[in-house]
Design a protein around this ligand. Sequence first.
Ligand code: SF4
Length: 193
Amino acid sequence: MPDKLRLVLMSCCAPCSAGAIKQLADGEISGIDDFIVLFFNPNIFPTDEYDRRLAEQVRYCEKLGVKYAIGEYDHAAWRNAVRGMENAPERGPRCSACFRFRFEYAKKWAAEHGYNAISSVFGVSRHKDQSQVDRAGCITLSDKYMPIKWDEQLRIAINKTADFYRQKYCGCEFSIRPDVKKAPNQEKFVLIR
Ligand code: SF4
């Protein structure tokens, strides 16, 4: 084990990461000496949606006074990583490839910036499968992966009072679902987070 545990927390958005970042900022996860939030989400489409989620992430990190970094946004590279899996359902092989793609980036980023452990909030949404995220993390990162169980009640409590922008789909264009319950003048897509 390294002397100091320096964690990269991969985040997809402010609503999903709110509890995890607060726990880390408050020193509630034992053994972590330092951490940074890494926003690397080239899966998000379109770009204005990406910009809104990023702005919310930055706003929350700055409010809590925690470090953050922003990875490159190359949606074409992400599309290549999931080619042939476009029509797979959520929780299917496209999502596994998506998680691995983002973990691969984090692995390289962490090595270049002096961090030695990686975790994520990719599995906190009720539409995600935490065990699928953990499998992708273990395969991609081996012993650098830390499968932390975040406090879901804390996340819910923060979300109740925060005025976060709340996205209506996971992120990629393939996760945008028509609103089956759509009524006149209501929003076009189902809220899934
Ligand atoms: S649904 Fe979400 S996790 Fe799955 S491929 Fe799309 S952006 Fe990635």
